[in-house]
Design a protein around this ligand. Structure first.
Ligand code: FAD
Ligand code: NAP
Ligand code: SF4
Length: 700
């Protein structure tokens, strides 16, 4: 399996003699104002917007990104009125008393040469409350609430609300607004026949359907004057049935320009689209071609977006003329100093967003504060700080056993505080289970976290001892003050008749030792690893070392994205649901009777399920395991026995903590801390492992 390493081997503008990333770091003149560079931090709801006292934390969050060199920040979406709010207590800017709290944010950002725009978002039928409105009374498949069709009076009122909110945004010190016209929100709902079946001046032909967008831009421009940035986020690819054709998108873009927008940002896919648009298995820069196509049609600057996560990729996109600016959102959660590190030609020091969604979008969808798996400080800037030890505190000599995500993060953070850390691992490389995860097709990005920590360990001068299995005796003899056990997990052993049969393999034998696997396979356990093993067996093309993620054209075809834009919405539904030819029969089993894959990530689980279904993987819940023989795996489902005549049975049945050293160390008088899988193995993921490491480093 090849792992992309664009960070280190790029040929784009990173040689020491020339200025790094000349296109990405070039200023952008908007006439009445200048942006310091071509980076736009895309809109992200953080959850701090609604927290009590959250605006002070939000100000700290944005200030760190401004200090880190971002050219233009766009805030999370704020509704211009009550009905447009995301949820009952969602943020809204419609009264003068809303202004002051926003000033905390704009004043913090304006300590640096960064501009900041407020995103105005009316959710329409995506509002998660019973007062939602839309062009027509059509319920969204992803929301239980049916919207009311808007009256003409309500439409005109909404346009005025956008203008008033923009006026208040200017009063709060924002440099502009972004009007959200994509991802299936209200303005996008008006623009497409999928959701707009009106027969008045606001429905029918594209001129009528885009009227809300255009009148809103005109009203905002009239209210705020010429020297205010108006970004319009235009849905260039709806990726749903009943989406707009390319001609309609172009007609709208031209009208948006004429109505007075300063910049057009690219929107990709409605939230209800069944095409993945940002998860880690989407190839990098997978959609920049659509912005490039639009560049021939309009003359105002265009921003491109989605799965751009390194300065090298961003530079390549800009240098090839695909866009004028690059929007990155999650990469700025992962590393606030992204731009400054790029400018200093230190892109290998950037903590790269791996596109997992686990701590950002998944949290937001569960009404929790967003953060980042690889950077637990994101949105916790005022709470999680690795301050240097004061002179009265002891600088401890710490041994960290295990160089998986937990041990790596702890080593770096504890060294930042001033402790003297030594890191040990029994194998020949750092990364722990991430070395296994990165081999799964669609998880190639996990390599970047290992690359990041390798660099950070070197920068922090942490002695790393590989191929060095530590025992209690060796540790007790070495004179450490305390020991941090980050020794991870051991795969769970099962008690099924015949479990020692040669047909039975563990996931580590398959993924790490590359033991050959037959054509008919049963997988015991349908957690994250069961799904990953099924993906590995179904999707990896071992002979070419390629996965769909590393082959953009194949990926687009697989998900039915029509790059030629022959069909409206650029979605070829036949291809979307088409089965992929495969010579392997895989059955994924679990004991629970719930839907298989229910426990996977909120925003990524559906992609894993859909992808395996396309590859013909069968998913079977409510299974009890009876026995394993030469004939295969005998199971019982709904009281009936059935034999799965398989060549191999792969066990992915969870894990148990590896705490082999704990007792002897404590007996020997050493203070022992357990983090990551060594602490709790059940439902342990890297997000918990890294956060726990950070929390321990803060107090040790
Ligand atoms: P580990 O990563 O297990 O690291 C423990 C380290 O300790 C190992 O390197 C081991 O060699 C070392 N060690 C053990 N004993 C000793 C000793 N005596 N002396 C020296 N060294 C020792 N998590 C997610 O959040 N998202 C995902 O998408 C995801 N996908 C995954 C896919 C796969 C295929 C796998 C296998 C795991 C995945 N995980 C994922 C889980 C994630 O990798 C783990 O939760 C995480 O690695 C746990 O980190 P850790 O540091 O606690 O332990
Ligand atoms: P897991 O998510 O806990 O899943 C374990 C699976 O094994 C479950 O399907 C469980 O289902 C089954 N199982 C448990 N005990 C069993 C037993 N005694 N006999 C038979 N089956 C049993 O663990 P995992 O898949 O090993 O993943 C480990 C961690 O890595 C997880 O916490 C996960 O968060 C993380 N991870 C995340 C991702 C991701 O994409 N986010 C990917 C991979 C891994 P039943 O009990 O119903 O049979
Ligand atoms: Fe990126 Fe994952 Fe962090 Fe979200 S949680 S910003 S997807 S690395």
């Amino acid at each position: 399996m090849t792992t992309p390493n664009t960070t280190n081997n790029s040929s784009v503008g990173t040689s020491p003699e020339e200025k790094p990333f000349p296109h990405l770091l070039a200023p952008l003149d908007l006439g009445f104002t200048q942006l310091a560079n071509r980076t736009l931090m895309g809109s992200m709801h953080t959850g701090l917007e609604e927290e009590k006292g959250g605006f002070a934390k939000l100000a700290a969050f944005y200030e760190e990104r401004a200090k880190g060199g971002v050219g233009l920040i766009v805030t999370g979406g704020v509704s211009p009125n009550k009905r447009g709010r995301v949820a009952p207590f969602g943020s809204e800017l419609s009264h003068f008393w809303h202004v002051n709290k926003h000033k905390q944010v704009t004043e913090a950002v304006h300590k640096y040469p960064t501009k900041i725009c407020l995103q105005l978002l009316h959710t329409g039928r995506y509002a998660y409350h019973p007062f939602s409105v839309a062009p027509s009374k059509i319920k969204s498949p992803i929301n239980p609430f049916t919207p009311r069709a808007m009256s003409v009076r309500q439409i005109n009122g909404t346009i005025k609300d956008f203008a008033h909110a923009s006026y208040l945004a200017a009063k709060a010190g924002y440099d502009g607004v972004e009007i959200m016209g994509s991802e299936g929100y209200l303005i996008n709902q008006f623009a497409c026949i999928r959701t707009n079946q009106r027969s008045d001046d606001w429905g029918g032909n594209i001129e009528n359907r885009m009227r809300l967008a255009i009148e809103t831009i005109k009203a905002v421009r009239a209210k705020v004057g010429d020297k205010f940035i108006i970004i319009f986020r235009l849905s260039m690819l709806d990726l749903v049935e009943g989406g707009n054709s390319w001609d309609e998108v172009v007609t709208m873009a031209k009208a948006v320009e004429k109505a007075g927008a300063t910049l057009i940002n690219t929107g990709i896919g409605w939230h209800e689209a069944r095409v993945p648009t940002i998860v880690t298995s989407v190839p990098r820069a997978a959609f920049t071609w659509v912005t490039e196509r639009m560049k021939k049609e309009v003359s105002i600057p265009l921003v491109t977006t989605n799965r751009i996560n390194t300065p090298e990729i961003a530079e390549k996109v800009l240098a090839s003329g695909q866009a004028d600016m690059v929007s990155m959102a999650r990469p700025f959660l992962a590393d606030a100093d992204f731009v400054n590190k790029a400018a200093e030609n230190k892109s290998d020091e950037i903590n790269t967003c791996i596109g997992c969604n686990q701590a950002c979008l998944d949290h937001v969808f569960q009404q929790k504060r967003a953060s980042c798996l690889v950077n637990p400080r994101a949105c916790y800037e005022t709470e999680l700080n690795f301050n240097k030890l004061d002179t009265a505190s002891k600088r401890k000599k710490l041994a960290v056993i295990g160089a998986g995500p937990a041990g790596l993060a702890f080593s770096v953070y504890a060294t930042e505080r001033g402790h003297k850390v030594e890191l040990f691992d029994k194998i020949s490389e750092i990364g722990g289970q991430f070395n296994v995860a990165k081999q799964i097709p669609g998880k190639e990005e996990f390599y970047e976290t290992i690359r990041y920590f390798n660099k950070q360990l070197a920068l922090h001068n942490v002695p790393v001892h590989l191929n060095n299995e530590q025992s209690a005796e060796s540790l007790l003899a070495a004179g450490f003050d305390e020991v941090v056990l980050a020794t991870g997990i051991k795969p769970r052993k099962l008690d099924i008749e015949g479990i020692d049969h040669p047909k039975v393999l563990s996931y580590l034998q398959v993924l790490r030792e590359k033991v050959s696997v037959g054509k008919k396979v049963a997988i015991i356990g349908a957690g994250g690893i069961g799904f990953d093993v099924a993906t590995f067996l179904a999707e990896s093309h071992v002979e070419t070392g390629e996965s769909l993620t590393t082959n953009l054209e194949a990926w687009l075809k697989n998900w039915g994205v029509d790059k030629t834009y022959q069909v409206p919405g650029a979605l070829n539904t036949d291809k979307l649901f088409e089965q992929v030819a495969t010579d392997r029969q895989i059955t994924l089993l679990q004991r629970k009777t719930t839907k298989v894959g229910k426990g996977l990530g909120k925003t990524s689980g559906w992609v894993h399920r859909a992808s395996l279904q396309k590859h013909g993987v069968k998913m079977l819940p409510g299974v009890s395991y009876k026995s394993i023989t030469d004939d295969g795996l005998l199971i019982e489902v709904d009281g009936k026995e059935q034999l799965l005549a398989v060549d191999n049975i792969i066990v992915c049945a969870g894990q148990e903590s590896n705490r082999d050293l704990q007792q002897a160390l404590e007996k020997g008088g050493l203070n022992v801390h357990l983090i990551g899988g060594a602490n709790v193995a059940a439902e342990l993921d890297a997000k918990h492992a890294i956060r726990q490491a950070a929390e321990l480093a803060m107090i040790i």
